[in-house]
Design a protein. Sequence first.
Length: 142
Amino acid sequence: MANAAEILLVEDNPNDAELAIRALKKNNLANNLLHLEDGQEALDYLYNERNEMPKLILMDVKMPRVDGIEVLRKLKSDDKRKIIPVVMLTSSKEDKDIIEAYNLGVNAYIVKPVDFDQFVKAVTQLGFFWMILNQPPQLNKM
């Protein structure tokens, strides 16, 4: 396969993306990380058969072109892709976003801490749990 991203970071805010990438790299959790800037780029990547499926998707809710809820809706209704863990990492505390994300099958919904150190800590803990502790099924055996 041409491209193998273990973590797909879908984030339109360049500052938040940079902080997340730095936190993951600092803890050696971002060896194969791909940053995409909106939901359409994520769908293009995930539905390109030349790309391997990521082990984890960290995704914002509010993005241009296609938002995170729509990406989640498409992924979780697709038998081949619904098994990929998706964590919404967003500043949206809106009940409707949280409820809809969980109804669609999101694996976790994390509101981005405003404080820099707390944001780095949250991303580090997410990466550690999903990339080290969690035991996912083998995606290529599905």
